[in-house]
Design a protein around this ligand. Structure first.
Ligand code: GLN
Ligand code: MG
Ligand code: MG
Ligand code: MG
Length: 471
């Protein structure tokens, strides 16, 4: 992939590109695009950008009366789209039209602000998300009209009723039986291969996940904040398109099925000195998990703000169907070494490896906007470090099984149970975000999410008919 504007221009020529897809992310986190002729690109394009965006129809962007916006391509993100001929894509930064500067609700702008803020304080951070997802054959929805109900049926290649040659994954035993039991290896491998060959990814692993039918995971090498968020958007884009090519659907919604594991985006995080010479999370003399005092403060910051962070890292109505006991998703604000019921884990696969020392924050799910999620995680961690917030002792018991009294004694709080509750928390606890999240962005975000919660709250769910038809 190109490393600057000049190389990007050459890249377009060398690959005989005729069309370029300009991509950016809306406030809720969905990738958006507009396609322009490659012949429009010249030396100035990467500075001046393209006036091609009507922001008035993008969620969280502008009002109808001030909608002309500019998309400025980021040369390092240019790659060919291998499932099309002569087409490249490039991620962009969003500007107001009329020379009014950077658009303050562009999620990537928030991520760049977060990077600038940490640098001013002498830090660099690294993020490594584990992307989980489901791949289904088909989902039949019946939600087109408000009057028509809200039914859905999911068809999965790995379901017991599918013609799958006699092999069937036993309930919650999808993690890790080899094919032919795992029937989605072909699609996962095609996706990681595409990401590696065309989109500059270093893949660490891909595997089936615990849920019975259709769940998988892709893990890629950790990187800096904005770059990692770009990669999350790219990975989702590529997997969805590879699945679509096979007439399947990939979904990153947190809990598509009742009674089985949901979909998380565990996020590994480490704080380093600005010159990246020293991992500040690492202390070889710490008996418990080689985690430093700074690392403990970072954990303290995230635990303290965990309830408010939920509104950003678990940002959909559906997220709260995942955050329940029994499915390896976190419910309580505690930290530990290898306890998967805690919200923060300090992975301890290796000893004596400075580079690998990080914390794993398990609350996020991939319905989040990764630019906002990573920025908010960083700000919570820095707040902990700056204020020396003590996270308390680690909890190595199964927290799902502790009595409420015991949890209280240990200072363990519950995560919000709904999007509305999380938004209440965000509205009362957001000072720590303020250096990076401008109030225009926060206000519009909360309004959008309140609307989403309210709309869904007004829909009767099919299960309600099952429970209450006999009323
Ligand atoms: N799917 C689980 C979650 O929702 C995680 C399971 C795992 O990674 N082992 O967080
Ligand atoms: Mg994993
Ligand atoms: Mg996993
Ligand atoms: Mg994990």
């Amino acid at each position: 992939m190109p490393s600057n504007a000049e190389e990007a221009l050459k890249f377009l020529k060398d690959n005989k590109i005729e069309w370029v897809d300009l991509q950016f992310t809306d406030l809720p986190g969905r990738l958006q695009h507009v396609t322009i002729p490659a012949s429009d690109f010249d030396e100035n394009s990467f500075k001046e950008g393209f006036g091609k965006l009507d922001g008035s129809s993008i969620r969280g962007f502008t009002m109808i009366y001030e909608s002309d916006m500019i998309l400025q391509p980021i040369p390092q993100t240019m790659s060919i789209i291998p499932w099309m001929n002569g087409v490249a894509r490039v991620l962009t930064k969003v500007y107001w039209g009329g020379g009014k500067g950077r658009f303050e609700r562009d999620p990537r702008f928030i991520a760049e602000e977060a990077e600038r803020t940490q640098e001013e304080q002498g830090y660099t951070s690294f993020f490594g998300p584990e992307l989980e997802f489901f791949i289904f054959d088909r989902v039949d929805l019946d939600v087109a009209l408000p009057q028509s109900g809200t039914g859905y049926k999911i068809y999965a290649r790995e379901s017991p009723w599918h013609d799958n040659g006699g092999f069937m994954i036993r309930y919650k035993e999808g993690y890790y039986p080899a094919p032919p039991i795992d029937q989605l290896m072909d699609i996962r491998v095609e996706a990681v291969d595409t990401l590696t060959k065309y989109f500059g990814f270093i893949i660490e692993a891909t595997h089936h996940e615990v849920a019975t039918a259709g769940q998988g995971e892709i893990d890629f090498r950790f990187s800096t904040l904005a770059d990692t968020a770009d990669k999350v958007q790219t990975l989702k884009y590529v997997l969805k398109n590879v699945a679509a090519k096979h007439n399947m659907v990939a979904t990153f919604m947190p809990k598509p099925m009742y009674g089985d594991n949901g979909t998380g985006m565990h996020t590994h995080f480490s704080l380093w000195t600005k010159d990246t010479k020293k991992n500040l999370m690492y202390d070889p003399n710490d008996e418990y998990a080689e985690i430093s005092q700074t690392g403990r403060y970072a954990i303290g910051g995230i635990l303290t703000h965990a309830r408010a962070l939920s509104a950003i890292v678990s940002p959909t109505v559906n997220s709260y169907r995942r955050l329940v006991p029994g499915f390896e998703a976190p419910v309580y604000t505690a930290w530990s070494k290898s306890n998967r019921s805690a919200i923060i884990r300090v992975p301890s696969y290796y000893r004596g490896m400075e580079k690998a020392k990080r914390i794993e924050y398990r609350a996020p799910d991939p319905s989040t906007n990764p630019y906002l999620a990573f920025s908010a995680i960083l700000m919570a961690a820095l707040d902990g470090v700056n204020k020396k917030i003590d996270p308390g002792d680690p909890v190595d018991e199964n927290i799902y099984h502790l009595t409420p009294d015991k949890r209280k004694e240990l200072g363990i709080r519950e995560l919000p149970r709904s999007l509305d509750e999380a938004l209440d928390e965000l509205e009362s606890d957001n000072e720590f975000l303020k250096p990076v999240f401008n109030s225009s962005m926060l206000n519009v975000y909360v309004d959008l999410k309140r609307d989403e919660a309210k709309t869904l709250q007004m829909y009767p769910h099919p299960m309600e008919l099952y429970y209450y038809m006999d009323s």
